[in-house]
Design a protein. Structure first.
Length: 481
C-alpha cells in the first residue's frame, strides 16, 4: 500500500492530524497498535485554544455536547465540607479575542471517538491492530513494516508522523533522543506514584471537584472529579515514593475508603485504572528526514495544568496544513522545516509551565489557556510595520476572533485556505488564487493594516499596505492553486 502520509498512533494527536489531512484531500492512513481507541479519561481538559482548533476542524458541536464546564473544587476535612476552592484563575472579559474563556471537560476517550467519527466521515482511514516493527527511509519516502493478526506488511509513504505516545516506536527507530527535566535527565517531575481511575461512585454530588488533602492516617491526597457528559468520576490519588500501588478495583476502593468519608462499597464499579509517575521530557528534535514527531512522542508532560493533550493537538494543527501544501506542490519542501522551528520552543515552554504547576510554583491561569502562544520568531512571520505599540498584534501571533461589520473573523478563517484581511484600510490588494479576502473597519485587537492569516489561524505577514505581500506569498506557496 502506498500513501502520501502515514500517521502512527490513533490518539488525539494522530486523529486530529488525520482530520486535517482528510479535509485537504490528502491520501493519509492512521495506524494504531491497539485493537481500538484507547480507553480512560486521561487528558480530560480542553483549553480555549484547542476549542478554537476543534471549531475549525468541524467537531466543536460534538465536543460541546459531550462535555461540560469544570466544577469548582470542594475541600473536605474530617468528613466535612471545609469550603470551595477555584481550580482555575478566571479569564478577563474578552481575553485574547476568543469565544472560549475556560477549559472544557471531555473525557479523552470521548474526544477520540468524536475525532475518529469526523475522520471517517471525511473518508479518512484508521487501521487498528498494526504495530510498527521497522522503518527505513530514502530520498523519496519511508517504508514502514508492521505486524498484525494477519501477519506482516509494509506501507510506503512520502511522509510519516509519529503520534504513538511517550514510548514511541517510531521515535526510537529514527534515533531521536529525549531530554528530561532535572539534572539527571530522567524526566521525573515527581517520584511519588499516582493512581488514576474512572469509576462510578455513590454518595458524592456532581457539582464539585472533591479534594481530600492528606492528613491524619492518610499518606497522600485524593481528588474525585465528576466526568462531564458521563455518570463516572475520575479518581486521582498520590502515594509516597517507593510505594507499591495496588491498581486493582479493590485497591481503588481501599484508597477511597482510607482517605475520604466514603465506604469502600461507595465505589460501585471501575472502567479504567492506571498508575504512573509524572514526567517531563522533550524530544531533541522533531524531524528526522521524512519523519516527524508530534504529541507525546515529542513531549511528555505532567498532567498538572492540562497542557499535554492540548499542546499535542496543536502540533497536528501546525503540521497538517504544511504537509498538505507541500504534497499539493503549492509550497516548497522547505516549508516543512518550520514545523520544528515553531513547535519545539512552544513544547519546551509548555513543559516548563506544566512542571511549575505540578510543583505549586504557578497557577492555572491565562498561560494554560494557550491563547497567547505564537510564532513571532519564526521565519514564516514577516512583520513589515514599524513603531508598533506594546501589545500590538504582530506577525506570528494568533489572529483574534471578533465580529465587525457583520463579518465574524473565525468564520472567514475557517477552512484550509489562507485569508487576506484588511482592517481599517481600503488599500488595493493583489489577486492571490485560493486566498479568501475579508475587509473590516477599525477593530482594536488588530489596529490598522493588512494581515495574511495562515490556515492555522496565525498571522503570517502584516503590513500597512500590500507592498511586499506578493513576494511573501510566492515564498510560501500562497496563491499557487
Amino acid at each position: 500500500m502506498d500513501v502520501d502520509v502515514l500517521v502512527v498512533g490513533a490518539g488525539p494527536t494522530g486523529l486530529a492530524l488525520g482530520v486535517d489531512l482528510a479535509r485537504q484531500g490528502v491520501d493519509a492512513l492512521v495506524v494504531e497498535r491497539g485493537d481500538g481507541l484507547a480507553q480512560g479519561s486521561r487528558g480530560k481538559g480542553l483549553q480555549p485554544r484547542t476549542m478554537e482548533v476543534f471549531e475549525d476542524l468541524g467537531v466543536l458541536d460534538a465536543i460541546r455536547a459531550a462535555g461540560g464546564d469544570y466544577p469548582v473544587g470542594m475541600i473536605w476535612q474530617d468528613g466535612k465540607r471545609a469550603g470551595e476552592h477555584p481550580m482555575f484563575d478566571p479569564a478577563e472579559d474578552g481575553e485574547a479575542g476568543s469565544p472560549f474563556t475556560a477549559p472544557w471537560m471531555v473525557p479523552q476517550w470521548r474526544t477520540q471517538e468524536i475525532l475518529h467519527a469526523r475522520l471517517t466521515g471525511l473518508g479518512g482511514r484508521v487501521a487498528f491492530g498494526r504495530e510498527v516493527t521497522a522503518l527505513d527511509q530514502d530520498e523519496d519516502g519511508v517504508s514502514v513494516r508492521f505486524t498484525s493478526r494477519e501477519g506482516t506488511g509494509t506501507v510506503r509513504a512520502r511522509y510519516v508522523v509519529a503520534a504513538d505516545g511517550g514510548r514511541s516506536a517510531v521515535r526510537r527507530a529514527v534515533g531521536i533522543g529525549m531530554t528530561g527535566a532535572g539534572s539527571d535527565g530522567s524526566g521525573v517531575v515527581d517520584p511519588d506514584p499516582i493512581l488514576v481511575a474512572d469509576a462510578r461512585i455513590s454518595g458524592l454530588d456532581r457539582d464539585h471537584w472533591h479534594v481530600f488533602p492528606p492528613g491524619g492516617d492518610s499518606d497522600g491526597f485524593l481528588a474525585i472529579c465528576p466526568l462531564a457528559g458521563t455518570d463516572h468520576f475520575q479518581i486521582v490519588a498520590g502515594f509516597p515514593a517507593g510505594t507499591t500501588v495496588d491498581s486493582s478495583p479493590e485497591g481503588v476502593r481501599k484508597v477511597v475508603a482510607a482517605r475520604s468519608h466514603l465506604a469502600a462499597d461507595a465505589v460501585t464499579g471501575t472502567t479504567w485504572i492506571s498508575e504512573f509517575r509524572p514526567r517531563a521530557a522533550l524530544a531533541d528534535r522533531l524531524r528526522a528526514g521524512r519523519v516527524f514527531l508530534a504529541g507525546d512522542a515529542a513531549h511528555i508532560h505532567s498532567p498538572a495544568g492540562g497542557q499535554g493533550l492540548n499542546t499535542s493537538v496543536q502540533d497536528a494543527y501546525n503540521l497538517g496544513w504544511k504537509l498538505g501544501a507541500v504534497l499539493r506542490g503549492e509550497a516548497p519542501a522547505a516549508l516543512l522545516d518550520t514545523y520544528e522551528e515553531e513547535r519545539h520552543p512552544v513544547a519546551a515552554d509548555m513543559l516548563g509551565l506544566s512542571t511549575r504547576i505540578h510543583r505549586g510554583e504557578a497557577r492555572r491561569g491565562s498561560q494554560t489557556r494557550q491563547l497567547g502562544l505564537g510564532y513571532r520568531g519564526s521565519s514564516l512571520a514577516i512583520e513589515t510595520r514599524t513603531d508598533l505599540p506594546d501589545g500590538a498584534l504582530r506577525a506570528g501571533d494568533r489572529a483574534p476572533d471578533g465580529t465587525v461589520d457583520g463579518v465574524r473573523l473565525f468564520d472567514a478563517f475557517r477552512g484550509t485556505h489562507w485569508t487576506l484581511l484588511t482592517v481599517g484600510t481600503d488599500t488595493e490588494l493583489p489577486a492571490l488564487p485560493g486566498v479568501r479576502t475579508a475587509r473590516i473597519g477599525s477593530y482594536e485587537p488588530y489596529g490598522t493594516g493588512v494581515f495574511l492569516v495562515r490556515p492555522d489561524g496565525h498571522v503570517g505577514w502584516a503590513g500597512t499596505d500590500a507592498r511586499g505581500l506578493r513576494e511573501y506569498a510566492a515564498l510560501v506557496g500562497v496563491g499557487a492553486r
